[in-house]
Design a protein around this ligand. Structure first.
Ligand SMILES: O=C(O)C1=C[C@@H](OP(=O)(O)O)[C@@H](O)[C@H](O)C1
Ligand SMILES: C=C(OP(=O)(O)O)C(=O)O
Length: 429
């Protein structure tokens, strides 16, 4: 599996900021993560590759350099938002640009807390890219309650807190992926996490402390990428697939839990801890799936996996109901409507609501396929519908597969290696 995308972004950010050298293995070499690496280089970090290891020489906390050119984050929401937090606490200017998809996504969710800390923002319209930010002489520490379930917002405020005097506190009402907190601790930051009786988490970070590079940082395989061969293995008759080295952090395994509840045969082999994270190998066998109701509480632990869950649901007996999907509307595409449109184009019965989706499955799927899916520059829409095509009666076509390289550059080869028929139709130059 390619390295986890969330952890890979953070490996460049923390490694580039720490003093000393961080050696990272297993990093995802996808376009999104590489954009974050380039941004850190533009601000003074040195990054080189030795064999399979990325060697990152950091600048030291508080010592980033002003970037001379706009920082281009391409398709990468995580990279752009976390870096905005990071540079917001520096008394210099930086400009953020991105592709057509990223330029439509809301940035106000990270800019609002940064403004509270004293950061100036100049955006052409409604806090969308392209935009420029400039930090004050010293940012003011804040206590910030994250208004939506978002690890990116939580992390952006914590990154800003790193170069802010005093204690920055982030309160998250529901737990989201905890990679930033874990890595802050690993890199030596002074951080304390309290879980309150109501389940909310209060994260306190003492600013301006030293971060130290890590001599051996390993990025485990990405469960959000593993989701595609997992669902393919469950829905394609005759499959028996083993996927090695998958991150099993409890904040990331909602899809695996849901598919097991649907009757999916997913065996957890050799569960172990590596570099402070739970990791396992997974054996997946073709299964008869049954519909389930997926509650809104599960959304944060599988937020990027709903498009491919919808594909699994298409082959499950009964009506699968998924609730609490409002955040899907602000991803690389409006994923809720992109999924609904892709299902409609390929004869899968479904209903779309403001923040819910119902998929009515057909385990045989003979009538499925034949449609063309509009991906809207969204890698997960592209990969999900290619998986639908693997088990459908007729082929499924996607309009553009190039974005797959943002998170899973090996996708086509890996799926073909498993026996999947994926044919690129490339236009002659
Ligand atoms: O923090 C992260 O690495 C991510 C958080 C999630 O976004 P939100 O914070 O917007 O939920 C997720 O969708 C994204 O792919 C990666
Ligand atoms: C939402 C995603 O990424 P990002 O927000 O980093 O663009 C994703 O990878 O599914």
């Amino acid at each position: 599996m390619p390295g986890d995308k969330s952890i890979s972004h953070r490996a460049f950010l923390f490694g580039g900021l720490a003093s000393g050298t961080t050696r990272v293995t297993g990093l995802l070499e996808g376009e999104d993560v590489l954009a974050t690496g380039r941004a850190m280089i533009a601000m003074g970090a040195l990054i080189r590759k030795e064999g399979q290891t990325f060697v990152v020489d950091g600048v030291g906390n508080g010592c980033l350099l002003e970037p001379e050119e706009p920082l281009d984050f391409g398709n990468a929401g995580t990279g752009a938002r976390l870096t905005m937090g990071l540079v917001g606490a520096y008394h210099f200017g930086s400009t953020f640009v991105g592709d057509a998809s990223l330029s439509k996504r809301p940035m106000g969710r990270v800019l609002d807390p940064l403004r509270e800390m004293g950061v100036q923002v100049v955006a052409r319209s409604k806090d969308r890219l392209p935009l420029s930010i400039h930090g004050p002489k010293a940012t003011a520490p804040i206590e910030y309650r994250v208004p939506m379930a978002s690890a990116q917002v939580k992390s952006a405020v914590l990154f800003a807190g790193l170069n802010t005097p005093g204690v920055t506190t982030v309160i998250e009402p529901v737990m989201t992926r905890d990679h930033t907190e874990k890595m802050l601790e690993g890199f030596g930051a002074n951080i304390e996490v309290e879980t309150k009786p109501d389940g909310s988490r209060h994260i306190h970070l003492q600013g301006q402390g030293e971060l130290r590079g890590l001599s051996d940082f390993q990025v485990p395989g990405d469960p959000s990428s593993a989701a595609f061969p997992i669902v393919a293995g469950l829905v394609v008759p005759g499959s028996d697939v083993t996927i090695e080295n998958v991150l099993m952090n409890p904040t990331r395994i909602g899809l695996i839990e849901t598919l097991r509840e649907m009757g999916g045969s997913i065996e957890i082999l050799d569960a172990r801890t590596e570099g402070g994270e739970d990791v396992a190998d997974l054996r997946i066998r073709h299964s008869e799936l049954t519909s389930v109701e997926v509650t809104a509480e599960r959304a944060p632990s599988m937020i990027d996996e709903y498009p491919v869950l919808a594909v699994a649901a298409a082959f499950a007996k009964g009506r699968t109901v998924m609730r609490g999907l409002d955040e899907l509307r602000v991803k690389e595409s409006d994923r809720l409507s992109a999924v609904a449109a892709g299902l409609a184009a390929n004869n899968v019965r479904h209903e779309e609501g403001a923040d819910w989706l119902v998929v009515e499955g057909d385990p045989e799927g003979r009538g499925y396929g034949g449609g063309s899916v509009v991906t809207h520059l969204d890698h997960r829409i592209a990969m999900s519908f290619l998986v639908l095509g693997l088990a459908s009666g007729k082929p499924v076509t996607i309009d553009d597969g190039r974005m797959i390289a943002t998170s899973f550059p090996e996708f086509e080869d890996l799926m073909k290696g498993l026996g999947g028929m994926i044919e690129p139709i490339r236009e002659e130059a």
